[in-house]
Design a binder for this molecule. Structure first.
Ligand code: RB5
Length: 144
């Protein structure tokens, strides 16, 4: 069975954290579609949120990860798209509820506000938690 593709992108502030999360994804057996950035040189986070949203929209991946300094800019930019439900998570409780209640399809992490180990825990929880459906289905549907 082909492994699931997870799309990932960051700006310069999230570049190092992106590398750590990529490593975790690979260890977990996922295929990674990395849309950059590839260096610590300054770039604009909306460009990367846009690229990732496009990859979700055209079916290259069903789930993604965005990293910037706080995760806030990436979350705002990605959520401009109706098919994106990006959740800024700081701990595994955020990550768990973002899946169970919001059916989030993008995990956003702040590299300047969340430690690497916590981010990895968020990533694992995000990927391994199912959407609960039921009453949450109706609420999520109202957003799209
Ligand atoms: C870049 O300095 C920083 O503004 C960006 O990474 C992010 O935190 C925006 O929300």
């Amino acid at each position: 069975m082909a492994s699931e593709i997870i799309v990932i992108a960051s700006d310069h502030a999230g570049f190092e954290m992106k590398s750590a999360l990529k490593e975790t994804l690979t260890e977990m057996g996922y295929e990674v579609l990395d849309l950059g950035t590839d260096t610590a040189d300054s770039v604009d986070y909306p460009d990367y949120a846009e690229a990732l949203s496009e990859a979700l929209g055209d079916g290259r991946a069903a789930r993604g990860v965005l990293v910037c300094g706080t995760g806030i800019g990436m979350t705002i930019a990605a959520n401009r798209h109706k098919h994106v439900r990006a959740a800024l998570c700081h701990d595994t409780t955020d990550a768990r509820f973002s899946r169970q209640h919001n059916d989030a399809n993008v995990l956003a992490i702040g590299a300047r506000t969340t430690g690497t180990e916590s981010a990895i825990d968020c990533l694992k929880t995000f990927l391994e938690t199912e959407f609960e459906g039921g009453r949450h289905e109706r609420r999520v549907a109202k957003m799209s």
